[in-house]
Design a protein around this ligand. Structure first.
Ligand code: UDP
Length: 356
């Protein structure tokens, strides 16, 4: 049990770590790598060229990025660009595989699943989103039949979007709590945090801010410019301010000032790392009762769970924020989302896969 493993951790190929292009999985890669390295496991992280992790070395791989799958339709065929980063990353993995006990794939892409039976080193797959395309579902299902112990996900809600829900290892998520300061007394604004893209439905949060006239500060990568322009056009008088994409240190300082975090995803959010980042700062979370956030938020205690897609529901929740305890939010983050707890879950999963 818990011997030291040699691990090859394969990141997402949609963009360099640190750019925000990869969304929450970037933070997950940082956290797993940091915690497992601290525990004495030997670890190499492979990621697109230009990637940066705090305290962990990264092997950068050149090439053209993969198109983010959530921007595509369910019937999209498998597409790889010429000189594909994804292809190059897995060619590298093939070459170095004999040095490792286990390869951990964090890419939501067809290729690593397809390649698994061709590798001699076992590959575990950490799936970071719910079901997205028919082609990805099919190859993941095939993998789940071949190696049912090798599929990890964030949450039960996410697992249930797949036909192989019952074999998924639920690994949840975590944050380095030491990086997030508890803020007892907030400012006047609400926060919205994440990739600015249609599946995140920022427009609902903006609509609620427009009705309540409570200012809303927006943080994150603008992934879809046209979508962002449309929101600004649709709500010309909304009290919103775009604050840019911030690194964790700056983000937590800003986030702590928020009265609450609004989470309004239209899709089934696999987890929602921003929810636990907010809780760690003492910021309650107002989220739709759907996907990951519905498993995180304690309704009426550390936030409110609102009927999905209901702007009036968001408005009522905003009016009741002051009934929530910010200390209870921090306490929940400490009790449930520490890096130590995450490390234990991943180690237990690896033990099972490697039969230790
Ligand atoms: N994020 C950030 N700076 C920002 C806004 C967001 O670093 O200004 C990060 C945030 O910390 C979180 C990620 O972006 O880790 C969003 O992840 P989440 O799991 O909420 O959603 P995803 O993008 O994976 O759908």
């Amino acid at each position: 049990m818990n011997q030291n493993y040699k691990l090859l951790l394969m990141s997402t190929p949609v963009g360099a770590l640190g750019t925000g292009q990869g969304g929450g999985v970037e933070l997950t890669v940082q956290n797993i790598a940091q915690e497992l390295q601290k525990r004495g496991h030997q670890l190499e992280v492979v990621a697109p060229e230009g990637s940066f992790l705090t305290g962990v070395a990264v092997t950068g791989i050149a090439g053209n990025s993969q198109i983010a799958v959530q921007t595509q339709t369910r019937d999209v065929p498998i597409i790889l660009p010429e000189n594909s980063t994804l292809g190059n990353m897995w060619e590298y993995a093939r070459q170095v595989q004999s040095k490792y006990d286990l390869i951990v794939n964090c890419a939501f892409d067809w290729l690593p699943f397809y390649l698994t039976p061709f590798f001699s080193t076992p590959i575990a797959h950490f799936i970071s989103m719910g079901s997205m395309t028919q082609a990805a579902d099919e190859i993941m299902e095939r993998m789940a039949k071949l190696h049912p112990d090798r599929i990890g996900v964030y949450t039960k809600s996410q697992a249930e979007t797949f036909a192989f829900a019952e074999v998924c290892e639920i690994l949840s998520s975590a944050i380095d709590l030491a990086l997030y300061d508890f803020c007892e007394t907030p400012g006047d604004s609400l926060a919205w945090l994440g990739r600015i893209a249609p599946e995140k439905a920022l427009e609902d949060a903006v609509a609620a801010a427009n009705i309540t006239k409570v200012p809303l500060k927006i943080y994150g990568k603008i992934q879809d410019q046209q979508y962002w322009q449309q929101i600004q056009q649709d709500f010309p008088d909304a009290p919103i301010e775009y604050m840019g994409f911030l690194n964790t240190a700056d983000l937590q300082q800003e986030l702590g000032q928020a009265r609450a975090l609004l989470m309004t995803p239209r899709w089934i959010e696999a987890f929602g790392n921003v929810a636990i980042e907010a809780l760690a700062c003492g910021v309650p979370v107002i989220a739709y009762r759907r996907g990951g956030p519905s498993e995180i938020v304690r309704d009426g205690k550390t936030g409110f769970l609102v009927e999905p897609d209901s702007v009036p529901g968001l408005v009522t929740a905003i009016e009741n924020i002051d009934s929530l305890s910010r200390a209870a939010c921090r306490e929940q983050a400490e009790a449930e989302y520490s890096l130590a707890a995450l490390g234990d879950r991943f180690e237990a999963w690896f033990d099972k896969i490697l039969d230790n």
